[in-house]
Design a protein around this ligand. Structure first.
Ligand SMILES: [Zn+2]
Length: 237
């Protein structure tokens, strides 16, 4: 695929551009069928830009305002969550560097070196998470900049932090169960590592929840009863 900065602008009249955008926006029979076809696949149920949200919209990877010629081109339509779609808006190239800001889930090869990191610490009985990217030795600077731009522009550090805490709230009962009456912190860590391995097998080493589970397994304060911090009070019915 040519780099987007190198693409010639399509020679379309304003009327033709409008017609291309209209073909996407208006629910014609073929567009409804294409939309349904793209969104119903189980493999894309989760948003490929963030790995968090449900894919409920079709994002124009190349914005239809700038590239109306790809308005209804299936590989330009990425099933994505509303948060990512909204954050991407009509942006594609970084104004300063002229480099693409977002990864394309099919066309950009995501390196399988570890580049996502999360720090987990206990502070006054609260669990504090901070996600960041780190460049592994051997990763090209340009590849890393591309990953970092995607991560920053989609606000993934904060979204992973919030959803991580939410996820742990849902998983809470498993933690005191592993801890048991014997207060076995090592058993809690073991459970977390098993969980991390399951996530890694399915979603790869940089999956945000795999990283979280490993960070928690490494945190003795968390495993030794600190997990009470993620307990959610049951809502009265
Ligand atoms: Zn998303």
């Amino acid at each position: 695929m040519p780099e987007i900065g190198e693409l010639d602008e399509a020679q379309l009249t304003d009327l033709q551009k409008e017609a291309m955008r209209h073909a996407f926006t208006v629910e014609t029979g073929p567009m409804t069928a294409l939309r349904g076809d793209l969104l119903k696949r189980i493999s894309v149920a989760r948003c490929p830009f963030c790995g968090i949200g449900e894919s409920s919209t079709l994002d124009h990877y190349l914005p239809k305002e700038k590239h109306p010629e790809f308005s209804v081109f299936p590989i330009n339509l990425v099933p994505s969550c509303a948060v990512c779609n909204t954050r991407k808006r009509d942006r594609i190239l970084d104004e300063g560097t002229n480099v693409r800001m977002f990864l394309h889930p099919c066309y950009d090869v995501i390196p399988d070196m570890a580049f996502l990191a999360v720090r987990a610490r206990m502070e006054a009985d609260a669990l504090i998470l901070s996600y960041r990217l780190t460049r592994p030795a051997g990763m090209m600077v340009q590849t890393f900049q591309h990953l970092r731009s995607h991560f920053n522009e989609l606000d993934l550090a904060d979204r992973y932090r919030r959803m991580g805490l939410e996820h742990l709230g849902g998983q809470y009962p498993a933690l005191p169960r592993a801890y048991g009456a014997g207060e076995d912190a090592a058993r809690v860590a073991e459970k977390l590592i098993e969980g991390a391995e399951d996530f890694e097998e399915v979603s790869g080493p940089n999956y945000w929840l795999a990283k979280l589970y490993r960070a928690l397994a490494d945190n003795n304060d968390f495993c030794d009863g600190g997990f009470e911090a993620v307990r959610v009070q049951a809502q009265p019915h």
